[in-house]
Design a protein around this ligand. Structure first.
Ligand SMILES: Cc1cc2nc3c(=O)[nH]c(=O)nc-3n(C[C@H](O)[C@H](O)[C@H](O)COP(=O)(O)OP(=O)(O)OC[C@H]3O[C@@H](n4cnc5c(N)ncnc54)[C@H](O)[C@@H]3O)c2cc1C
Length: 296
């Protein structure tokens, strides 16, 4: 068994496969998982005080390794179906497997404006838990509209002197528990209906330009946190020729996480659905059991 992806879905699938007696390899890094960026997970069952996402992944990996799972921190570049087995190519190596589980998760969506790429890691960030501390007592903007944006604001408000939300929508579409917590912040301001046109700065971020309606506006900030949601990592699946849904996710049967190709299973955020750690774990378990049944 080879599993591509070391997030909650892939690691759980791996644990089931190895515990079921199969030689199991996970390709990917737990530090590439969304859990490494997610901070405190308050809704993952079994942890009344919450658990940090990365600790959750570390624990699942340790549990999987106890049953013999091997983990190689390698990025898979191509998967080929050779009939009786699959060949997975990484930068330096290649692996063969009789069945595979795809669990490559999702990556941050970019805004796609001038300055965004040029100033990434120079004030533009996609991870408050990684980079938030660099903006102590500074002005920052959060660009987004959902739970990710709400959580980023709550985190940054403890560090930055002021947090500005620039939202393309007319309101923040977040869980009530986050909206309630936002009400108590004194260093937070929001502009809704903001269409970002440019992130400005020479060496580092200096400001953001945006339109509200037809009126151009600008904001001086030292940092910009982009929270525009996630897009599934399906390039390998497309290369392999798997069916993709109209929404852009890998098509699976929810009963058993089978894809359109025998011997290939998929689980977690790249299959769409609720996109939570708990659902990724559930789908990973289901994919692992299905792969065991497939292998006999
Ligand atoms: C900021 C943030 C906060 C969140 N908060 C919560 C929360 O509070 N509660 C909750 O339940 N969920 C939360 N989530 C969502 C949750 O983290 C995801 O639903 C979950 O991590 C999905 O698991 P996954 O295994 O499908 O994918 P991921 O966790 O994204 O893991 C994907 C894995 O695939 C690897 N990979 C990708 N491409 C390749 C390749 N080509 N070769 C090898 N490896 C590859 C990556 O490195 C990674 O190891 C949050 C997400 C974010 C970004």
């Amino acid at each position: 068994m080879v599993i591509v992806g070391a997030g909650p879905a892939g690691l759980t699938a791996a644990m089931y496969c190895a515990r079921g007696g199969k030689k199991t390899l996970v390709l990917g890094s737990i530090y590439g998982s969304q859990t490494a960026m997610g901070g405190l997970y308050e809704n993952y069952p079994g942890f009344p005080d919450g658990i940090h996402g990365i600790e959750l992944s570390e624990r699942i990996l340790a549990q999987a390794q106890r049953f013999g799972v091997e983990n190689q921190v390698e990025q898979v570049e191509k998967i080929v179906n050779l009939g009786d087995f699959f060949r997975l190519k990484t930068e330096n190596w290649q692996y063969e497997a009789r069945a595979i589980i795809l669990a490559m998760g999702a990556s941050h969506r970019q805004i796609g404006v001038p300055g965004e790429e040029e100033l990434t890691a120079r004030g533009v960030s996609y991870c408050v838990h990684c980079d938030g501390a660099l903006f102590r007592n500074k002005n920052v903007a959060v660009i987004g509209y959902g739970n990710g944006a709400a959580r980023a604001i709550l985190y940054l408000a403890n560090i930055a002197s002021k947090v500005h939300l620039l939202s393309p929508k007319e309101r923040l579409v977040a869980e009530p528990i986050y909206l309630e917590r936002l009400k108590s912040l004194t260093n937070f301001a929001a502009t809704f209906g903001a269409r970002i046109t440019e992130i400005q700065g020479k060496e580092f971020v200096e400001g953001v330009q945006f339109d509200v309606g037809k009126t151009p506006r600008s904001l001086r900030v030292d940092g910009v946190f982009v929270e525009m949601g996630m897009k599934p990592n399906i390039e390998l699946a497309e290369g392999l020729g798997l069916d993709i849904t109209t929404g852009g996710y890998i098509k699976v049967k929810r009963l058993n996480q089978e894809t359109s190709m025998p011997g290939v299973f998929a689980a977690g955020d790249l299959t769409g659905g609720r996109m939570q750690a708990a659902t990724a774990v559930g789908e990973g378990a289901s994919a692992g059991i299905s792969a065991l049944q497939y292998l006999g």
